[in-house]
Design a protein around this ligand. Structure first.
Ligand code: GUN
Length: 279
């Protein structure tokens, strides 16, 4: 039976560390949070991030914009926040309404304030192993693996999903941690044959029930990054938890696994940014 990885408890530890270090700074770190439109899931995520800031002694500056905000208005706000010394990090919650170009917004955020680590400069720095910031979700997964002493060096790691936010950077960080990494996606033939070889299996696809017990090697560590609504309306990940738990060595629940760690790593990035800005 797998050990359940307690993301909530570990995130609380990480945030306590951030809070205590924030207390030693000459001024509190600041996060500008931009939310465009009224996507209910995004509103929940943003409220969570603002609550984390409060818990860590970080100031948050909310910018709620209507769904029909012109692109230039949004870009001008980002440019203002780039120049605002009270703002160490700028987070524009994705997805944006369809008339807005997320890439353009990300490009406009100054890399030293890009606490999501979405800007191509920071993605590049990470990919050559010289990161300024780490992308929050993959960094949260790495922190879990470290804390639970799940070895990566020489291990077979399989990542499902190739998004820019999770799958690709996850594969990169596991590679840098000396794993042998296979990145699977919708065009991968016979994915099961690959997942069955995985010592560490990370799923970030967004399809309930995708990872069945048959796909998991006995004793694997199974990390579920997804956040789906199941047919019963409850939150669930990609992994058939009940079936996989007896077979795995470690497993993350949804909710209470990766999600809280993502938010905690954002707080770490803010601390890093504030220190760089001389706080
Ligand atoms: N939408 C879903 N995940 C994220 C995230 O980590 N950061 C931002 N900005 N938007 C998101």
């Amino acid at each position: 039976m797998a050990v359940r990885i307690d993301g909530k408890a570990l995130a609380a530890q990480v945030k306590a560390r951030v809070r205590s270090e924030v207390g030693t700074l000459s001024r509190p770190p600041g996060l500008a949070v931009i939310l465009v439109g009224d996507d209910p899931a995004s509103a929940v995520y943003v409220r969570g991030k603002e609550a984390d800031c409060a818990e860590c002694g970080i100031r948050s500056f909310p910018h709620r914009l209507p769904a029909d905000t012109p692109e230039e208005t949004l870009l001008e706000l980002v440019r203002q926040l780039n120049e605002d010394d009270a703002v160490d990090g700028i987070l524009c919650q994705l997805p944006l309404p369809p008339h807005l170009d997320a890439d353009l917004v990300i490009h406009t955020i100054r890399p030293d304030k890009d606490v999501d680590c979405f800007h191509p400069f920071n993605v590049g720095q990470m990919s050559i192993g010289r990161p300024a910031f780490l992308p929050c979700t993959p960094a949260g997964v790495m922190e879990m693996l470290r804390y639970y002493q799940i070895p990566t060096a020489g291990k077979r790691c399989v990542v499902l999903g190739r998004s820019n936010i999770v799958g690709k950077p996850m594969a990169m960080l596991l590679t840098q941690a000396d794993g042998t990494v296979t990145l699977c996606h919708s065009r991968t033939p016979d994915m099961e044959a690959l997942t069955r070889e995985a010592d560490i299996l990370v799923s970030a696809v967004g399809r309930p029930g995708l990872v069945t017990a048959e796909m998991v090697k006995e004793g694997a560590a199974v990390i579920d990054v997804a956040m789906n609504r199941g047919p019963d309306g409850k939150l669930c990940g990609d992994v058939d938890f009940a079936a996989v738990e007896p077979k795995a060595s470690y497993i993350t629940p949804v909710p209470g696994g990766v999600g809280p760690m993502t938010r905690a790593m954002l707080m770490c990035n803010l601390l890093t940014a504030a220190k760089k800005h001389g706080a």
